[in-house]
Design a protein. Structure first.
Length: 216
């Protein structure tokens, strides 16, 4: 699990890809402290397992499923990536609970500055936005962000200068693809309330609450 608070920007040294897998090597510093082979590091919000490590580099293997459903296949030598080590129990939870399992890819369709903030607008599927609420949380390329507006197939977030300058969002432009992960708690609540795409919503009543243990 992760918090969505990016620890540092890493640099892609190489991406050796085939049609069904890839090996990614990244230069980093802070996230290597205390990291061992087998540990997890979120790369642009994707939870990956460290397979090799040196004092300056670490390597991860990427499966076909991950290549197919994230933007990692677009990485080139020299590209910057958001990095975060897995959450430890003694760590402050400054963002929100992020699993590192990407739900969908979105496309940035507008960036505008309002005061000190940059408002980034992202278009994605209606299926994904059904799990979003204004002032709720979403992870974009692994960055924990607060939603401003949510519409049928799009949403917006407001980025403070620190986040814009210290994550990959500062390098993104209109048309850029981003990894999206919705709030895991929201997904569980939606599943519990039967509002996923395969089932009709079940009305909340006193009988419903009692049958699910909310009433004595």
């Amino acid at each position: 699990m992760f918090t969505g608070i990016i620890e540092e920007l890493g640099t892609v040294i190489k991406l050796d890809a085939t049609k069904d897998s890839a090996q990614l090597c990244i230069e980093a510093h802070k996230v290597l402290i205390g990291t061992q082979i087998g540990d997890s590091i979120a790369v642009n919000g994707v939870c990956l397992t460290v397979t090799e490590i040196t004092t300056k580099l670490f390597t991860v293997d990427i499966m076909y499923e991950t290549l197919n459903k994230t933007n990692l296949h677009e990485l080139k030598k020299g590209a910057k990536v958001n990095l975060e080590r897995a959450l430890q129990l003694q760590t402050r939870l400054g963002g929100h609970i992020v699993s590192g399992h990407v739900d969908a890819i979105g496309t940035i369709y507008n960036i505008k500055q309002v005061g000190i903030a940059n408002i980034i607008e992202v278009i994605t599927s209606e299926e994904l936005t059904s799990y979003l609420i204004p002032k709720g949380s979403i992870a974009i390329d692994g960055i924990s962000l607060t939603l401003v507006d949510v519409n049928k197939d799009k949403f917006s977030v407001s980025i403070i200068p620190h986040t814009f300058q210290n994550t990959t969002l500062g390098f993104k432009g209109v048309g850029s693809k981003v990894n999206l992960e919705t709030d895991i708690l929201g997904k569980y609540v939606a599943k519990f309330l039967r509002i996923d795409k395969n089932q009709e919503k079940e009305d909340i009543s006193l009988d419903f609450l009692a049958s699910h243990g909310f009433l004595d």
